[in-house]
Design a protein around this ligand. Structure first.
Ligand code: SF4
Ligand code: SF4
Ligand code: SF4
Length: 270
């Protein structure tokens, strides 16, 4: 099957939250108690039973208020930090561009959650497994759109083959740039190129998004350099010592990044 893409056009999103409801309905997730995070935002973060939610940021300019609305879910990165961080190789990529978790292999270590630059995966304490948006792979493989894309009435979530949807996204951003030079695509150049790409009408931080999401250096060292070299170029004991240092660095990141992501969500609620 060809590589897929989802294009989320924030200029068309009305903040209705139907995408979040459709995701719950398709995945058979229960409703959860909502909170008053900001005037219209009702959920603070992802949970094991909430794989997509709408973030609202209020912006005041010339005595006028504008909402920056964003439907969030896993970006399905081309080069995902969660996959590099996974201690049991439970996370894998599909040829269609999705990042999926093999529940049988997941041991609930939480390294994926701590290292995702958008704080997407959440550990389900009941099952001790990591959870996140699956891209509705079960629908896509059966010729259907993801549930959130299917339900979005204003057409803010477009799904299809990568080349076709990318051309659509580029045409739309060029159209908007005629009146708003800040309009741009977010995701195409990030984390190896994401499968879910956004059209933003302002800087990423105006939506509470990181400007430069990255994979921690310690993870890259571990997975791309030390691990492949371990069995070849360096002796077993040297490899073990080096790997131990890197693992500790990765684990150190767990606490720091979890703290940073929590702080950014708190900030989003203000
Ligand atoms: S269903 Fe569409 S319009 Fe409604 S919140 Fe989701 S993305 Fe926005
Ligand atoms: S957004 Fe996070 S959880 Fe999703 S693929 Fe990228 S690194 Fe992994
Ligand atoms: S693609 Fe499917 S699992 Fe992911 S947010 Fe949309 S409805 Fe939920």
């Amino acid at each position: 099957m060809a590589r897929k893409m989802v294009f989320i056009d924030t200029s068309l999103c009305t903040g209705c939250k139907a995408c979040s409801v459709a995701c719950k309905a398709w995945n058979d997730h229960p409703a959860e108690k909502t909170q008053r995070i900001s005037s219209y935002q009702a959920q603070a973060d992802f949970t094991p039973n909430t794989w997509t939610y709408v973030r609202f940021r209020e912006e005041y300019k010339d005595k006028k208020m504008r909402f920056n609305m964003l439907k969030l879910q896993c970006f399905h990165c081309g080069d995902p930090a969660c996959m590099k961080a996974c201690s049991s190789n439970a996370i894998y990529k599909t040829e269609t561009g999705y990042t999926l978790i093999d529940k049988d292999k997941c041991i609930g270590c939480g390294y994926c959650a701590a290292n995702c630059p958008w704080g997407v995966p959440k550990i389900d304490e009941a099952t001790n497994k990591s959870t996140k948006c699956t891209g509705c792979i079960d629908r896509v493989e059966n010729g259907m759109k993801p549930a959130c894309a299917q339900t979005c009435q204003p057409g803010a979530i477009q799904f299809g083959d990568h080349a076709e949807i990318m051309a659509q996204a580029q045409a739309r951003v060029e159209e908007l740039q005629l009146t708003n030079p800040k309009a741009h695509l977010y995701g195409t150049e990030l984390m190896g190129g994401t499968t879910y790409v956004y059209l933003l009408q302002d800087r990423p931080d105006a939506y509470g998004l990181p400007l430069h999401p990255t994979t921690p250096v310690s993870l890259t060292l571990w997975k791309d350099i030390v691990h492949p070299l371990g069995g070849l170029a360096i002796g077993a004991s040297a490899a073990a010592i080096t790997c131990g240092v890197i693992v500790n660095l990765v684990r150190g990141n767990y606490a720091n990044r979890a703290k940073n992501i929590a702080a950014s969500h708190d900030e989003g609620g203000k």
